[in-house]
Design a protein around this ligand. Structure first.
Ligand SMILES: Cc1cc2nc3c(=O)[nH]c(=O)nc-3n(C[C@H](O)[C@H](O)[C@H](O)COP(=O)(O)OP(=O)(O)OC[C@H]3O[C@@H](n4cnc5c(N)ncnc54)[C@H](O)[C@@H]3O)c2cc1C
Length: 543
């Protein structure tokens, strides 16, 4: 072994011992003596490598900083604003915060306060951003970033998550930058606000974030939940055959994306701002509204009070609890035999063989909008599996413990409503033109007439095809096309092509399924396997 190799090995051993002790006892309580004992080296050897205990922290930071240029190569300056680049850099440097918050905060506080290595990185980043700053201004800005980092690591060291910590430091940096660069356009970001991280909202993010967001734009996503929910699987969550966790997909992590967890309470299209339940108001330059839908009760008395829902994650969790607490051999009624009612009834049949399950359908046969072969297959499945289907039903009232079909009282331990949807309240309350279902009428380019900066996607939008996750995604693709043309100041097409849908797939429990692939009806195990495959692919590409 050469002398250099030996020295490097000793240094690594000291670092490993120090890190272990810092994790166990904290930085302050660990002594150099303890580090040398653990590393099995003499005290003099320690000081040959590290002049002070603090310099061990610098060495740990250096390890991460060595990988920084490689990481930065993945966030090209031409497509990320300077603030997004700084945010992405923080996320990278603080990678270990969620595992070792105290030590990570200590390391970066120490480095930001005392070592020039980090400062040099900020200076380089600002220089490469081509902000037309003088040399002095660039250095000045680097010091601002560095001192905000040091302050945040000290003042907010108890912040529970990395994202929260980065949010805090970025708030300080943005305020300082805005104050200093008053009227300096490259630093102030324009905001594309996306309301709702459903199928439509997520697709907008997925398409814009890799390469297509202009440099001076950032995205702010608002959702009441901290993950994207697989709404198409809510029937399985309600029946108790899929876990809650199985239905969640993480949001993308990107320096140009800010996420706000709150409920949207009002949208002001003309004044370009929205209000959130947490009291915040949010200005936007462009807006995509994708808040999905909620139940529509068609004025049936008691339906809103005494039925359970599978339209939101929260409501579905409550439905799961209600369904799985139904007494042995109890009675469950499901109102509505569209795709979601059919899937819920069949899944519940497998989950609770003891229950009497009643499915109330308005039509002559279930899934009557589909070809006869398919609708008969589904109807027969219910007959064979002991689900009572009441065709041509009309639910006139719901009360605790019962519903009324054509005014005939039917005892039910739980009633689930899947008989109609409408956009969420905040969209219904928007003062813009809507169709008969309360969906927002749009131009062919998917924005509100005379409001080219406000798009509506998915279940809230009035479109020629029936609402579905596939349609929301297809529409989101077209919205992204329009946004890109607007950003380039290019003419918009007068019409958009009809959104192509691949087909419909539904499940009948875990083994059987049905669907339409183009014009072709599909039934049985193959349809079920295809449905599972589509779900797997979706999670794989989104997660
Ligand atoms: C049981 C079931 C099965 C289905 N199966 C299929 C299927 O097989 N294929 C298919 O194509 N479609 C299916 N659908 C329909 C599909 O789920 C919807 O059409 C699709 O989810 C619509 O997407 P979206 O982006 O408009 O809204 P959503 O996916 O509903 O997303 C809306 C988002 O907005 C958030 N949000 C809502 N209100 C607020 C607020 N006020 N503030 C903040 N955030 C808010 C929600 O948390 C959510 O993240 C099914 C639906 C159900 C219920």
């Amino acid at each position: 072994m050469t002398i250099i190799q030996k020295k490097s090995r000793t240094r690594t051993a000291i670092l490993a011992a120090a890190v272990t002790l810092f994790y166990e006892k904290g930085f302050q309580s660990t002594t150099v003596q303890e580090i040398t004992t653990k590393a099995k080296v003499a005290k003099g050897t320690f000081f040959n490598h590290f002049p002070t205990k603090e310099s061990v922290l610098h060495a740990l930071a250096e390890e991460r900083l060595t990988d920084l240029p490689q990481f930065r190569a993945t966030i090209p300056a031409h497509s990320f604003s300077i603030l997004s680049q700084i945010r992405a850099t923080f996320l990278f440097l603080l990678k270990d915060y969620d595992i070792h918050p105290a030590l990570t905060a200590q390391i970066w506080k120490q480095v930001a306060e005392n070592a020039p290595i980090l400062l040099e990185h900020w200076t380089l980043l600002l220089r490469e951003a081509e902000l037309e700053l003088s040399r002095e201004q660039t250095i000045h800005f680097s010091h601002i970033v560095n001192s905000h980092m040091a302050y945040t690591m000290h003042a907010f060291k108890n912040e529970p998550t990395r994202l929260g910590l980065v949010k805090k430091v970025m708030a300080l940096i943005e305020t300082s930058f805005e104050a200093i660069s008053y009227k300096r356009r490259p630093l102030s970001m324009k905001k594309l606000v996306v309301l709702g991280a459903g199928y439509g909202g997520m697709r907008v993010l997925q398409r814009l974030l890799p390469n297509d967001l202009p440099k001076d734009w950032e995205i702010i996503l608002v959702d009441q939940l901290p993950y994207h929910c697989l709404k198409t699987e809510y029937y399985a969550l309600a029946a108790g055959t899929a876990s809650d966790h199985h239905l969640r997909v993480s949001f993308p992590e990107d320096g140009r994306l800010q996420i706000k967890y709150s409920t949207v309470t009002a949208i002001h299209p003309k004044d370009h701002f929205i209000e959130l339940a947490n009291g915040e108001s949010l200005q936007f330059d462009k807006l995509v509204i994708g808040l999905g839908c909620t139940d529509k009760y068609h004025g049936v008395p008691g339906a809103d009070q005494y039925t359970h829902s599978i339209q939101t994650m929260g409501a579905t969790r409550r439905t799961y609890e209600a369904l799985n607490n139904v007494r042995p051999e109890g009675i469950v009624s499901i109102v509505g035999a569209g795709l979601s009612g059919v899937e819920l009834a069949s899944e519940l049949r497998e989950s609770r063989p003891d229950l009497t399950i009643r499915l109330f359908d308005r039509g002559d046969s279930v899934m009557s909008q589909f070809p006869k072969k398919l609708s008969s297959y589904v109807q027969n499945w219910f007959v064979e599996h002991g689900v009572d289907v009441s065709n041509n039903s009309n639910i006139t009232k719901v009360e605790p413990g019962a519903l009324y079909n054509h005014d005939e009282r039917i005892e039910s331990d739980a009633v689930i409503w899947t008989a109609g949807v409408q956009p969420v309240d905040v969209v219904r309350e928007l003062d813009v033109e809507k169709d008969r279902s309360g969906r927002v009428v749009l131009t062919p380019q998917h924005f509100i007439p005379n409001q080219p900066d406000i798009f509506v996607v998915g279940d809230c939008a009035s479109l020629p095809q029936a609402p579905s996750a596939q349609l929301a995604e297809g529409q989101a693709e077209q919205i992204v096309t329009i946004l890109k043309l607007q950003w380039k100041d290019e003419a918009l097409p007068e019409q958009m092509p009809r959104i192509k849908l691949k087909g419909v797939l539904g499940s009948l429990g875990k083994k059987h399924g049905f669907g339409m692939m183009g014009e072709r009806p599909l039934t049985g195990r193959v349809a079920r396997m295809l449905k599972s495959g589509v779900l797997w692919m979706y999670k794989y590409h989104s997660g």
